[in-house]
Design a binder for this molecule. Structure first.
Ligand code: SAH
Ligand code: SF4
Length: 349
């Protein structure tokens, strides 16, 4: 009989596994603790269990592991991890250290079906959805690497503090698995929902559904244009969910007190960076508690776009700020190793 993967189980499934194995119910909590907080890679590593219990459990179950096959470091401290999945597909995660936080940017799909014209992941197309455990395992695997390292060397302990769904894939196109992954991240791993951000290209109906079905994480929306004409061209998804419907959903999104929606805006030279765009953006976002992140385009080979000059970007920012919008320019990290937004390809092209 094929063994079952303990990492591929929800809380209910683990409970029923423990029950069917004739074990007391507290074993469920122990399994969750050892898998999600101690990052064990096999049942035998659970030192709290007896040899006899190791044997009994190992006869029908195992714990899968996402092993980083490649780890590249950028000269700005960013690290990119390449993972091979069990069926040979590949994904990437990016670790981004900042002054006050260390953010892990994770993937929700291998590739992406949305086909945004400025994004290398979009060029790959969709290979497949990730399962909840493959999403969560990116975090476990990187945390494990960092915790082993901090035992032997690092000058300063490296600890993942924030999680963003801004790697490969459109999280709301893999809705059920992403929702389950969010529950496991908050309930099993103890990551605060305030430290998790889900970024979407704008699958409008799912924006409202996610608020009902998952822990209340931060929402980021990739707006990237101020007219349907331009957005249709950049993001084909806009033909189905145009700007008005997207922003309507954002207006209705149940934001918790003191939280804001982040609007991401990739800046493309001569395409969406005019002063008219800035003024339209102010009008469009009226009445939404939000902030804007300007992301200067990260180039890759074969792309038709380029990034506006720093001067242009600063001018754009100034108009937004004067219009009352909190606006940051996101520094693009890890460009030398193709680890910045929109540059993830996991060896596919
Ligand atoms: N699919 C989701 C999350 C992954 S993309 C989404 O689209 O929101 C994460 C962010 O990277 C998005 O805001 C996207 O607009 C941005 N991005 C994609 N390609 C980029 C590029 N070449 N340069 C800069 N930002 C890019
Ligand atoms: Fe997919 Fe996001 Fe890239 Fe668009 S920007 S292709 S939605 S990963």
């Amino acid at each position: 009989m094929a063994k079952t993967n303990l990492k591929d189980m929800s809380k209910g499934e683990l409970e029923s596994f423990v029950h069917k194995s004739g074990l007391p119910s507290y074993r469920t909590g122990q399994l969750i603790h050892w898998i999600y907080e101690k990052y064990v890679r096999s049942i035998d590593e659970i030192t709290e269990f007896s040899k006899d219990l190791h044997k009994r459990l190992s006869e029908k179950a195992y714990i899968s592991n996402l092993k980083p096959l490649k780890r590249e470091s950028s000269n700005d401290g960013t690290e990119k991890y390449l993972f091979h999945l069990e069926d040979g597909e590949t994904i990437e995660s990016v670790l981004i250290p900042d002054a006050d936080r260390i953010t892990l940017c994770i993937s929700s799909q291998a590739g992406c079906a949305m086909g945004c014209k400025f994004c290398l992941t979009g060029e790959i197309g969709l290979k497949r959805n990730l399962k909840a455990f493959e999403i969560v395992d990116q975090i476990i695997s990187v945390k494990r690497v960092l915790s082993l390292e901090s035992m032997v060397m690092t000058p300063r302990e490296k600890r993942v503090t924030n999680i963003v769904f801004m790697g490969m894939g459109e999280p709301l196109a893999n809705f059920d698995e992403v929702v389950e992954a969010l529950w496991r991240m908050t309930e099993f791993m103890g990551i605060s929902n305030r430290r998790i951000t889900l970024s979407t290209a704008g699958i409008t109906p799912k924006i409202l559904e996610i608020a009902d079905r998952s822990p209340h994480v931060n929402l980021a929306v990739s707006l990237n244009a101020t007219t349907d004409e331009v957005r249709n061209r950049l993001m084909p998804l806009n033909k189905k969910y145009p700007i008005r419907s997207l922003l309507d959903a954002c207006r209705r999104f149940p934001l918790e007190p003191r939280r804001k929606i982040t609007f991401e805006y990739v800046m493309l030279d001569g395409i969406n960076d005019r002063m008219d765009d800035a003024r339209r953006l102010i009008r469009l976002l009226k009445g939404i508690r939000c902030k804007v992140n300007l992301i200067p385009f990260n180039p890759y080979e074969g792309s038709e776009f380029s990034r506006p000059s720093d001067e242009k970007i600063l001018r754009f920012q100034k108009v937004l700020v004067n219009g009352g919008l909190t606006t940051l320019i996101r520094k693009s990290k890890g460009q030398d190793i193709l680890a910045a937004c929109g540059q993830l390809k996991a060896g596919y092209v």
